[in-house]
Design a protein around this ligand. Structure first.
Ligand SMILES: Cc1cc2nc3c(=O)[nH]c(=O)nc-3n(C[C@H](O)[C@H](O)[C@H](O)COP(=O)(O)O)c2cc1C
Length: 235
């Protein structure tokens, strides 16, 4: 399987290490590619909206393309972020901002609908849920139907500081997630993804404030005529 890790930090701390544990435990001959933010995409969205009409007009298109090509090919995405001020890291948020043209309302990549994702966040003491919820919301809106979350209050500033007891618990939790992913089953497409897809389709069908370029994208793929990206497995 092809696995892509999107790391919302440059360093290899607890969040990265736990994500990597999952990647390593997934059985089979896997190819793992890793991206780190800001290292691999050190920009913020300028709000120029050029991407709405033409993705290539984004000032950071070529840097984004390397990452998006890998994401496109991936079966599994592993997204890691430390909890910063109770949210995902700013650099991971910047990655999602820079790819907002790929959100469902705009031009989602059809391959997103056939992927599974795992989200990981560690915090020192507060709940990592809000950070993971933000990532989940972004992935869901990009079309990923099956998302697993693993959060842990590690009470540490780095992996070395994490207690042996917590590390043992993480071994078990990551093994359970990896076991499920190793089965290689098609992702389950739940009502949230179906509902979002239906609502966005409605928006394009009715022409409610939608860009003609984006509506044409939906039309070309037959999505306004009942075709579903998760059924076709289009790439
Ligand atoms: C800028 C910054 C903000 C942080 N904000 C929080 C927070 O809101 N809640 C919390 O429990 N820990 C917070 N922490 C601690 C980290 O979330 C925690 O140490 C985490 O395990 C670090 O993960 P890493 O090893 O992957 O970098 C913060 C740390 C930094 C550097």
């Amino acid at each position: 399987m092809k696995i892509v890790m999107l790391n919302g930090q440059n360093h290899k701390g607890s969040s990265y290490r736990i994500g990597k544990m999952i990647a390593e435990k997934i059985q089979g001959e896997n190819e793992v590619r890793e991206f780190f933010f800001p290292r691999d995409l050190n920009h913020f969205c300028t709000g120029c909206y050029q991407c709405i009409e033409n993705l290539e007009s984004c000032p950071f298109y070529f840097e984004k393309k390397v990452i998006l090509d890998a994401v496109h090919q991936a079966d599994i995405l592993i997204v890691t972020t430390p909890t910063y001020c109770r949210q995902m890291s700013a650099s991971l948020k910047a990655f999602f901002d820079l790819n907002f043209d790929g959100w469902m309302v705009h031009r989602p990549m059809s391959s997103m609908f056939t992927k599974k994702a795992v989200i990981l966040s560690t915090s020192a003491g507060s709940s990592p849920k809000a950070a993971m919820r933000g990532v989940q919301n972004a992935l869901r809106n990009m079309g990923v139907p099956e998302i697993t979350r693993l959060g842990m209050r590690v009470q540490a500033m780095n992996w070395e500081g994490v207690s042996a007891k917590k590390k043992a618990a993480l071994e078990k939790k990551t093994a359970a997630i990896a076991r499920k992913l190793s089965k290689g089953k098609k992702p389950a497409v739940g009502w949230k993804t179906r509902f979002l897809f239906w609502s966005m389709g409605m928006l394009h069908r009715k022409g409610w404030n939608s860009s003609p370029t984006e509506t044409a994208y939906w039309k070309e793929r037959g999505w306004l005529d009942g075709k579903k990206p998760w059924k076709l497995g289009q790439r």
